[in-house]
Design a protein around this ligand. Structure first.
Ligand code: PLP
Length: 404
């Protein structure tokens, strides 16, 4: 049979709007790196690419699992030992009314499954802007509207609760809370978290509480999970091994569904149908969950101390530059500076990369307007590298501002 070699395979329309700026910049970065330029990767939210390593007892737990031939499929919701450890950890956080706990291939898979089980085309989910782009990517794929609620830079990137209230309508199915936030590093206090939990309970919408950075708080703050504040609120609490336990490559995360039982029964079953349909999460890696949650936590002190020093240095260097300003992050390892520029954030970031080898992610990749001049940087690199990178950003900006 003759086929037409020129006829392209048409991809599904649902993929057309899917973008993920954090990885999209890598294409140009690779090209610049191949030219031999010294590179400064401030784009990667992966601690293990810098001087952070998975604690040995966690690595050993997986080696043991592999040696013990724990290489079968696991139960679809995850191994019992891990689910019990997650339940105990949730208990320590004060989360009651737990309806279900499941282990996934990274928190990302939990987000995908929980949205797929919840929202139909034509419905909407409120997402923070600026915010982590996976939420938008998954909702776009599902044909569900991502409805932005804006974080206020002049108030330390805190959410505006009135704005959120106004944006909820009869087709709103969920609100996403990312605390601490990626890309701003902002931390939300008890009152804000309580207000969001109350809103979810009152309006019968699901609050997705993304707590993936909950142990990376830089200023001695107390973490509060919304699910611990209002047991009637329908909440999906998301967490995992990637950030707190320095193991993004394990691809291990989890979800906890909690809240009033009558409201959540059918939803829990819908989530479980999808969990069964994809068999299970990575099995050997699940054996690291209990040792991580219940074993030695001393790495956290070291990580937080390093991140605090690096955050302080980055703030000092960036905020010293006339025309660049940055709200001080209080958690995670991201900062979201703003440069007073004439063109788009993308042009700025691409020119910065080509000229200096410094890789940052344009703010529009997190939903910011392109003309606002925001970009995301990580403060994961060692001080001497970060100092050099920040000096390059400042030097490039000065030349640009001078019309060069
Ligand atoms: C806010 C947020 N949620 C989830 C993830 C992804 O988590 P995982 O590696 O468990 O899929 C990230 C990764 O950067 C993130 O920043």
């Amino acid at each position: 049979m003759k086929t037409d070699p020129g006829k392209p395979i048409r991809p599904a329309r649902r993929v057309a709007g899917v973008t993920y700026a954090v990885r999209d910049v890598v294409v140009l970065a690779d090209r610049v790196a191949r030219s031999g330029k010294k590179m400064f990767y401030l784009n990667i939210g992966d601690p293990n690419k810098f001087d952070f390593a998975t604690p040995p007892h966690i690595v050993e737990a997986i080696c043991r699992a592999l040696r013990d031939n724990k290489n079968s499929y696991s139960p679809s919701s995850g191994i019992e030992e891990a689910r019990e450890a997650i339940r105990a950890e949730a208990g320590r956080r004060g989360i009651g009314s737990i309806r279900d706990i499941f282990v996934t291939t990274g928190a990302t898979e939990a987000i995908d499954i929980c949205f797929t089980a919840l929202a139909d085309e034509g419905e909407n989910v409120l997402i923070p802007v600026p915010g982590y782009p996976t939420y938008n990517a998954i909702l776009t794929k599902l044909g569900v509207e991502s409805r932005p609620y804006f974080l206020d830079e002049s108030h330390g990137w805190q959410p505006d609760l009135d704005d959120i209230r106004e944006k909820i309508d009869s087709r709103t199915r969920a609100i996403v809370l990312i605390n601490p936030n990626n890309p701003t590093g902002a931390f939300y206090d008890r009152d804000t978290v309580a207000a969001l939990a109350g809103l979810a309970a009152e309006r019968k919408i699901v609050l997705f509480s993304d707590e993936i950075y909950d142990r990376l708080l830089l200023d001695d703050r107390e973490y509060v999970s919304p699910a611990s504040l209002d047991p009637s609120a329908p909440v999906v609490t998301l967490n995992g091994m990637s950030k707190n336990y320095l193991a993004p490559g394990f691809r291990v995360g989890w979800g906890i569904i909690s809240g009033g039982s009558a409201a959540l029964g059918e939803y829990v079953e819908a989530v479980n149908k999808l969990l069964r349909a994809r068999l299970c999460a990575n099995h050997p890696e699940q054996w690291a969950i209990k040792p991580a949650l219940e074993g030695d936590q001393s790495h956290l002190q070291e990580v937080v101390a390093k991140l605090t020093r690096r955050r302080d240095l980055m703030m000092e260097l960036l905020n010293a530059e006339e025309g660049i300003s940055c709200v001080r992050p209080e958690g995670a390892f991201y900062a979201f500076p703003r440069a007073r520029i004439a063109g788009s954030d993308r042009e700025f970031c691409e020119a910065l990369l080509r000229e200096t080898g410094v890789v940052v992610v344009p703010g529009s990749g997190f939903g910011q307007p392109p003309e606002s001049g925001h970009f995301r940087v990580v403060f994961l690199p060692p001080e001497e590298i970060m100092r050099e990178a920040c000096e390059k950003i400042a030097g490039f900006y000065r030349t640009l501002a001078a019309g060069g």
